[in-house]
Design a protein around this ligand. Structure first.
Ligand SMILES: Cc1cc2nc3c(=O)[nH]c(=O)nc-3n(C[C@H](O)[C@H](O)[C@H](O)COP(=O)(O)O)c2cc1C
Length: 166
């Protein structure tokens, strides 16, 4: 297998993505489970039905809530206010912690999970297929619903220098 040497690492790092927070909430016999994760390895993957992929590391807490048939929400962050949301969701959360404590959340708007009040837009998704990669699951989901809070604002973009981390 090709090693990630300096040139390749820097070249791979020129792949750019947006900045998103994936959220999921499930109710299992009265017990609620919810989670959230900052993501940038997200891409639209089909027109009809509208679909997208998210690459989710195999050890992510939220991965258990993204099995085939599960619903989740992709919160699309704004260029002009994403820093505070990144800071919040990149904190180390102890197991079972409420990852939404202290952030504005619009519950009941999307079926799969909380919509962040400060997001630019949200997409409600249902997992249709999962492709097993070496260290990530490539999760293909059909987009069932969505809306934009501000049609004038831009999506936050994540520019990197190297390809060996996000
Ligand atoms: C800019 C940025 C983008 C990220 N994108 C992804 C991603 O697309 N997929 C992923 O699995 N983790 C990604 N991460 C890492 C997770 O957001 C982070 O480690 C996670 O929220 C921790 O959750 P855990 O407690 O389940 O490990 C990204 C991190 C950063 C800083």
């Amino acid at each position: 297998m090709k090693a990630l040497d300096g040139d390749l690492d820097r070249a791979l790092g020129r792949l750019a993505g947006g900045l998103y927070v994936v959220t999921a909430r499930q109710d299992e016999g009265g017990t609620e489970r919810s989670s959230a994760m900052v993501a940038s390895w997200v891409s639209q993957a089909s027109f009809d039905p509208p679909g997208l992929t998210v690459a989710v590391a195999k050890d992510r807490a939220i991965e258990a809530l993204m099995q085939v048939g599960d619903r989740f929400v992709l919160n699309i962050l704004r260029e002009d206010n994403h820093q505070q949301l990144l800071r919040h969701f990149l904190r180390r959360f102890p197991p079972g912690a409420d990852r939404f404590a202290g952030v504005e959340v619009l519950s009941g708007l999307a079926a799969g999970g909380p919509v962040l009040g400060d997001a630019l837009a949200y997409l409600g998704c249902r997992v249709a297929q999962r492709l097993e990669g070496s260290d990530h699951w490539i999760i293909y989901a059909v987009v069932e619903e969505g809306n934009v809070a501000d049609t004038q604002a831009s999506t936050a973009v994540h520019h990197r220098k190297v390809g060996n981390h996000y």
